[in-house]
Design a protein around this ligand. Structure first.
Ligand SMILES: *Cc1c(COP(=O)(O)O)cnc(C)c1O
Length: 431
């Protein structure tokens, strides 16, 4: 039997919780994130890499979580969460692309989102739970699909009316059932402010059983560790040892998962966390000063983050020498270079949206001459249809999940930007 995972709050180390507590609480005191106190390597990595994706992922997650969940429980949750494909494509000699966008919402967030939903459903033990979240685009869809038709769980999603693309919006507003969407007459920040107000409102919090399911939840990170092992398993054996993995980074959750993987035995020698012009981390690595600037809008808008909330976890592993600073790279790629990388990939016969192109560009800069590289494709090109078509001067075909969603009616309800109106609506509908 594995030991139980014990996590501590990185802002207040005296606050310690188990995996289940960390998943249910989300954030710790002083808004601190939880992180495992210890990570132990998996014994036989070669044997692990021989297994199929779902079997191997169950083993990895059981190893990480420990005996707080039985291996049967974890196996069933993984089988339900990871029920879609992923691909490794050789783009040029010794450079491979790990495509993580073949899930229901066409972005890698499906992996973490779906496993988190499994956890929250499992841990809520039949108690009424309402997931309340604001979205500026991709997370809403991933959360909605992950919780769709789960018993005893309702999902409420607020989004700024008219400010997200039709494709993004239709991926969650067309579901119905236990997914309730509100189109707010305001900005994303207004939506977030209303979510915050609801969490401070004890009556609403209690009657609805509010839970945030936000992006720093530890269940997402552990789930994401699994696909890095799959990437390495698909590489020719001789190439695994030198593998260098490049991750397009915004909140730094995805690269944090890669690093956790490396700590427990993933044979990835080097990691690149490549950013767009929101370059707080590259500057920090350069001059050791943490100086977030105002967030800039870019083509890779899911990475428009200047205060990455998973960075403390990455830095903890680096500062404690769980992973060496010498093997960790982070460069910022500007808009023009992003477009050039999209063109370059297109000439190689590979179609990439901006986030993926940034990962490729970062890898090209950091990869040693004799290295083997894997870069992550985090979203389907069609999710960024306008920019991909404009930049590459091509016409994209819509993948089925998107064309299906676009054909259905939007079920969202309009909402004025006023918490009291939302409060009434929630209590009448779900209280
Ligand atoms: C969320 C997202 C990212 C950034 O991932 P982090 O874990 O926040 O670093 C990159 N690409 C796409 C398409 C995303 O949706």
């Amino acid at each position: 039997m594995e030991q139980t995972m014990l996590l501590h709050n990185l802002k207040d180390h005296s606050e310690k919780v188990s995996f289940i507590q960390a998943v249910k609480t989300g954030l710790g005191r002083d808004q601190g994130v939880f992180f495992p106190e210890n990570l132990t390597p998996i014994a036989d990595i070669d044997a692990l890499l021989e297994l199929d994706f779902v079997t191997r992922s169950s083993k990895i997650l059981s190893h990480l979580i420990g005996d707080e969940l039985s291996s049967e429980q974890v196996a069933a949750m993984v089988a339900r969460a990871f029920n879609f494909d992923l691909k490794l494509v050789e783009v040029e000699k010794n450079i491979y692309c790990l495509e993580l966008y073949h899930g229901p919402t066409l972005a890698f967030k499906d992996f973490g989102g779906r496993f988190m939903a499994e956890c929250l459903a499992e841990f809520s033990q039949g108690n009424k739970t309402t997931i309340l979240t604001a979205t500026s685009g991709d997370t809403g869809a991933a959360v909605a699909h992950a919780f769709y038709k789960k018993d005893n769980i309702d999902v409420v999603i607020l989004y700024p009316k008219g400010k997200i693309s039709l494709a993004q919006q239709k991926l969650f507003t067309t579901l119905g059932e236990n997914i309730h969407c509100y189109a707010v007459d305001g900005s994303f920040d207004d939506c977030q402010a209303m979510v915050k107000a609801a969490f401070l409102d004890n009556e609403v919090k209690q009657r609805l059983g509010l839970n945030s399911a936000n992006s720093i939840n530890i269940s997402r990170l552990v789930a994401q560790v699994c696909y890095y092992f799959e990437a390495l398993a698909r590489l020719p054996k001789a190439q695994r040892a030198q593998a260098h993995v490049s991750v397009p980074s915004g909140n730094f959750g995805n690269v944090c998962a890669a690093m956790i993987g490396a700590v427990i035995g993933l044979p990835a020698a080097k990691l690149s966390a490549t950013t767009n012009q929101n370059d707080t981390v590259p500057r920090f690595l350069h001059n050791k000063e943490w100086q977030p600037a105002a967030t800039k809008e870019s083509l890779s808008n899911a990475m428009d983050v200047s205060r990455p909330n998973n960075w403390p976890r990455v830095q903890y592993m680096l500062d404690h020498n769980w992973f060496s600073y010498d093997n960790f790279y982070s460069h910022a790629i500007d808009e023009q270079t992003t477009q050039a990388a999209m063109h370059h990939l297109n000439q190689l016969g590979y179609l990439a949206e901006p986030h993926t192109a940034i990962a490729y560009e970062g890898l090209k800069r950091d990869l040693a001459a004799d290295g083997v590289g894997v870069f992550l494709a985090t979203a389907h090109p069609a999710k960024f249809k306008e920019s991909v078509e404009g930049i590459l001067d091509i016409k994209l075909e819509m993948p089925k999940p998107l064309s299906d969603a676009l054909a259905k009616p939007c079920l969202a309800v309009d909402l004025v930007n006023d918490y009291h109106v939302l409060r009434e609506a929630l209590l009448v509908k779900l209280g």
